[in-house]
Design a protein around this ligand. Sequence first.
Ligand SMILES: Nc1ncnc2c1ncn2[C@@H]1O[C@H](COP(=O)(O)OP(=O)(O)OP(=O)(O)O)[C@@H](O)[C@H]1O
Length: 340
Amino acid sequence: MAEIILKDVTKIYPNGFKALEDFSLKITDKEFLVLVGPSGCGKTTILRIIAGLEEASAGDVIIGDRRVNDVLPKDRNISMVFQNYALYPHMNVYENMAFSLKLRKIGKKEIQEKILNIAGILEIEDILYKKPATLSGGQKQRAALGRAIIREPDIFLFDEPLSNIDAKLRTQMRIELINLHKRLGTTFIYVTHDQTEAMTMGERIAVMKDGIIQQMDTPENIYKNPVNIFTAGFIGSPQMNFIKDSDKNIIMGVRPEKLKISSVEPEESSLSLDQCYVEAVELIGSEKLIYFDCNGLKLISKVPEDIQTIKGNSYKLYCLKKDIHYFDGEKGEKLYYEKI
Ligand SMILES: Nc1ncnc2c1ncn2[C@@H]1O[C@H](COP(=O)(O)OP(=O)(O)OP(=O)(O)O)[C@@H](O)[C@H]1O
């Protein structure tokens, strides 16, 4: 059982910087949770506290049914995969994978069986006898995963493990990690600042800012129902459009795919903008991004690829009332219909 609970955790670094204050988080056993947020918001600090590499200044860290604040990292049964892979450079991949098992005095034959089994899963049989320096980014990543898996931990912690590999391989590795999670049936906590990674991988996402969780929910719920302007702007690519209504002191948010182009305004529309000039058009496969300038307000519309617009021409944009998110003009919190 690898449920993880952080309860009122505060982290003050030796230089006095408070990275977390009264931070609480519950991660369900076998869950795939993604912690996402901008650089410096405290994601790595949380992973390191769970792993035992940093000590919580206050609060409880509970794994399963025991408080582990005073348990050494090696006794927490956690594997961590880092951005820089952290493979031992003087050992080949086989030796890297065997290392933790040798420490546990597991026999040579059993070690070999385990390594070959995992090498098969990760398709790294052909690089087992190579040193890390001779491997590509993707191969190093797999080797690091192999080393993490072989320990059969209750919990995997991933700290931006895909940020050093190219876009195509990253997409493939995302799928492999999702499948690995299903196959292993262990708890995964995955840190990233990349919202696409968070959206595609997490069963739940915790969106963080300045050491505080802004929203924690399924990717779909966060996308459809962001609780504040930060989450609305952080999750979704391209970003949600924001339109300020100074009279009412509100900000309206419209997802690019909900901002339509039309010559006639439909009856149910509640927001329409005239004289929006096309500044640029970007084809992204079956869809297009159209960048508009509406009297200084920059807006992006995502439309099917066959919609024709001409750069420099002006169009009318509209959005249905049901597709508008309303936020408080100052605090940025979501406003519900009744309050407007
Ligand atoms: N050892 C340290 N001493 C002092 N401050 C630190 C230390 N480690 C991290 N911090 C600070 O704590 C805050 C959170 O850092 P952390 O590395 O957890 O953020 P992060 O969200 O993982 O960022 P990134 O995505 O850039 O890795 C940052 O402001 C950082 O500068």
